[in-house]
Design a protein around this ligand. Structure first.
Ligand code: ZN
Length: 276
């Protein structure tokens, strides 16, 4: 087998092909391209990335930078926007009159009233609003019951004295009875009923002047609708220390539709609303 081995050994040098030049060129080009590609990727990764969170800041900064020269360059002064004017409270109007123990009505005050039926009267300038309120409730099958309107000074005095007597009989001292009667009934000239713009409204199936009236559907209707007809809940539960009057969920006061809406929305009692 020697010859064969020799033959085999000798074959490679003989058959060794000449270097394939085109293949080498293509290989070099590929390697070159690969190096370029890697370099490109590395270069792109090294580029600083803009964080998203700073985009708005950069935007606003650039806006400021742009807007400032514009302001300086302008010869016209930039007008400062005026705040909207505060609504004027018509304190001097008849329907805004404040009546309480600090600001009683003058002696002999006698408003022009009109009859409401069932012996009740109301200021003739506001009586249509009260009638509209009562009619609206009726139309919605809400059974309200008017139990008081305008009262003369004499009538108020009678009510106040009757309360004083009852309190004294219950064991209160003169001073205690007067304080309590002032809180619940008010003296003549110090009650809004003397003004002719207050109405006590209960329900046909609930005719007691007690705080529990607030739990009725009729009271709910009144709180939701009274302002539409110009009435406010005059003696709220959380304002007794300011009004000096007990919580009266039945006592509604006419102040006109616009003011009723503003006062109701404000959450203030009339004393606070009219405070200088
Ligand atoms: Zn009342």
């Amino acid at each position: 087998m020697q010859p064969d081995e020799e033959e085999i050994n000798e074959i490679p040098p003989k058959k060794n092909p000449p270097p394939n030049k085109p293949l080498l060129i293509i290989l070099c080009v590929f390697i070159g391209l690969a190096i370029l590609l890697c370099a490109g990727i590395i270069f792109l990764k090294k580029q600083p990335q803009k964080p998203n969170s700073s985009t708005s800041v950069n935007a606003s900064q650039s806006t400021n930078v742009v807007s400032q020269p514009l302001v300086i360059a302008s010869s016209q002064p930039v007008p400062t926007p005026e705040p909207p004017p505060a609504p004027v409270i018509p304190k001097e109007e008849w329907y805004m009159a404040l009546v309480n123990s600090d600001t009683p009505l003058p002696d002999g005050f006698d408003p022009a009233t009109s009859p409401l039926g069932a012996g009740y009267h109301f200021d003739e300038r506001a009586i249509d609003s009260l009638k509209s309120l009562l009619a609206a409730a009726e139309a919605e099958n809400v059974k309200l019951k008017l139990v008081s309107g305008y009262r003369s000074f004499a009538r108020q005095k009678t009510l106040y004295n009757a309360e004083l007597t009852a309190l004294k009989r219950a064991g209160k001292t003169n001073e205690e009875a007067e304080q309590e009667a002032q809180f619940t009934v008010q003296k003549d000239g110090e009650s809004e009923h003397n003004l002719g713009l207050a109405a006590d409204i209960l329900a046909q199936n609930f005719q007691r002047k007690v705080a529990e009236f607030e739990e009725t559907l009729e009271f709910k209707w009144l709180t939701e609708n009274a302002a539409k007809y110009g009435f406010i809940l005059r003696y709220p539960k959380d304002k007794t220390d300011i009004t000096g009057v007990e919580y009266k969920p039945w006592h509604f006061r006419y102040v006109g539709e616009e003011q009723a809406r503003l006062i109701t929305d404000s959450g203030l009692c009339l004393e606070e609303y009219l405070a200088p």
